[in-house]
Design a protein around this ligand. Structure first.
Ligand code: 5GP
Length: 189
């Protein structure tokens, strides 16, 4: 199997990283999005097998026991997210480099497993106030969940220094150009 490269996007929730990831998939050839598994319920229009592989808590635990994950985290209390080894293999077999939209700890785990093959990008929101505004505007979470996400975001900001590069997302168009350039340089096309 030809092993491609790994491009990790990690950021506090609400920093706009998903928009950047979607932009890259659209504008760069040979990039495949790693669909994560999660034990949380689908939100809004999310589709199983497209946005996530939605698993029950029991199914997720079985996959942990079977060593099926490249990495996994209990991102929020009682809610698990992880990258299945089969997902990365699938994308490599299709001749793609793999793009990850995962939490900070998961991103650093992948970087430590494949240090040379991985470009780890940290997307930083302009400020915590802006982050809070974006989370509220999304309108998909309860107040308690918003608070939970903000607390996690605050602690995650400290990890930016462990990434290969930090992109500050204060101007979306500039950030899109920057990530495209970074990925082109890294994968060599
Ligand atoms: P959401 O519930 O908003 O879709 O995702 C919540 C958090 O889980 C985000 O920070 C997202 O990046 C992270 N996440 C999604 N998939 C994975 C994964 O496979 N592994 C890890 N460690 N985190 C993930």
């Amino acid at each position: 199997m030809r092993k491609g490269k790994l491009i990790v996007f990690s950021a506090p929730s609400g920093s706009g990283k998903t928009t950047l990831v979607k932009h890259l998939i659209k504008h760069h050839p040979n990039l495949g999005f790693s669909i994560s598994a999660t034990s949380r319920a689908p939100r809004g229009q999310e589709v199983d097998g497209k946005d996530y592989y939605f698993l029950s808590q029991k199914e997720f635990s079985q996959k942990i026991a079977n060593n099926s994950f490249l990495e996994y985290e209990e991102v929020y209390q009682g809610v698990f997210y992880g990258t299945l080894k089969t997902e990365v293999e699938r994308l490599w077999e299709e001749g793609n480099h793999v793009l990850f939209d995962i939490d900070v700890q998961g991103g650093l785990n992948i970087k430590s497993k494949y240090p040379k093959q991985t470009l780890a990008i940290f997307v930083q929101p302009p400020s915590l106030e802006e982050l809070e505004k974006r989370l509220r505007n999304r309108g998909t979470e309860s107040e308690a969940k918003i608070q939970q996400r903000l607390e996690k975001s605050t602690s995650e900001l400290a990890y930016s220094k462990d990434f290969d590069v930090t992109v500050i997302n204060d101007d979306l168009e500039k950030a899109k150009e920057e990530v495209l350039r970074l990925v082109q340089e890294f994968v060599g096309s």
